[in-house]
Design a protein around this ligand. Structure first.
Ligand code: GUN
Length: 293
């Protein structure tokens, strides 16, 4: 049976380190790192994530600001808030929770965030730095950055020559994940909904990352024996209408089947999820260090 990769514990280590370094920064007379989280509308999953981000920021000793805006907020009003946060020296990181309501152009909002405060790593400047291997100065998107840390925990830092298959091509996870694996000298394939014979392709992967948002799509016989499986999916399966049972969270991987073949696998929940928030704290701290000089 596979080793279960305990993302909660690794995320706890990262948050602990951020807390210590924040205390050191403050002890030197520097300002606390400041994180602003902006949410528009009432999407329940987004509300849970945002509350967790703000709570962890406080736990790290950050200056934490949350803007909770109604779904009808205009694009103009949101742009004004971002402009103010860009100009505010107490703020080192700005995160606008996605998805945004349809009447707001999410691309325009993201590109308005100052690149040096773009702790999500979604601005073209940061995407470009990651794509060209400028990892030292790029903000890397939090979910792929956290996934890499988990991969390195079980496989070590040298991933050179390994076959990596990333299932999913989103800008938030799939593409940056592929770029990180490429920067680590893996042979990388990005698979998506048009990929032919995905099971056969998946079976070539020493590192298999699932980020498609389809519950339990990746089956046990798609997993190469000994592979490292990173499940980014968080899918809520509704409770049955009749009889016993509650709603439950599952990943994009059929966990019990995949765990029989893999050498290591992330559970859902408790795998990649906690890492996303931990890496957001790490990015905000890094931004504060840069600002403090
Ligand atoms: N929605 C889902 N994941 C993310 C994320 O990493 N950042 C932001 N801003 N929104 C998200």
């Amino acid at each position: 049976m596979a080793e279960v990769i305990d993302g909660k514990s690794v995320a706890g280590d990262v948050v602990g380190t951020v807390k210590t370094l924040t205390a050191e920064l403050v002890a030197k007379g520097k300002a606390k790192p400041g994180l602003a989280v902006v949410i528009v509308g009432e999407d329940p999953a987004s509300q849970v994530y945002v509350a967790s981000k703000s709570r962890t920021a406080k736990e790290c000793g950050f200056h934490s600001v949350q803007h909770t805006l109604p779904a009808e907020t205009s694009e103009e009003a949101l742009l004004k808030i971002i402009g103010d946060l860009n100009a505010d020296p107490a703020i080192n990181g700005i995160l606008v929770q996605l998805p945004l309501p349809a009447h707001i152009d999410a691309g325009k909002i993201i590109q308005t965030i100052a690149p040096e405060k773009d702790v999500d790593g979604f601005h073209f400047i940061n995407v470009g730095k990651l794509g060209t291997g400028e990892l030292e100065t790029a903000f890397v998107p939090c979910t792929p950055a956290g996934s890499m840390l988990l991969i390195e925990r079980v496989r070590g830092k040298d991933l050179s020559g390994l076959n990596a298959v990333v299932v999913g091509r989103s800008n938030i996870v799939g593409k940056p994940m592929a770029n990180l694996l490429l920067a680590a000298n893996c042979t990388v394939t990005i698979a998506h909904s048009r990929t032919r014979d995905l099971p056969a392709l998946a079976r070539t992967a020493d590192i298999l990352v699932a980020a498609v948002g389809r519950p339990e799509m990746i089956r046990g016989d798609w997993v190469k024996p000994g592979a490292t499986v990173i499940d980014v999916g968080i899918n809520r399966i509704p409770a049955p209408e009749k009889g016993e049972g509650k709603s439950r969270l599952v990943g994009d991987v059929a966990y019990a089947e995949a765990a029989k073949a893999a050498s290591a696998i992330t559970p859902v929940p408790g795998g990649v999820g906690p890492m996303t928030i931990a890496m957001l704290m790490a990015n905000t701290l890094a931004s504060a260090y840069l600002a403090a000089g």
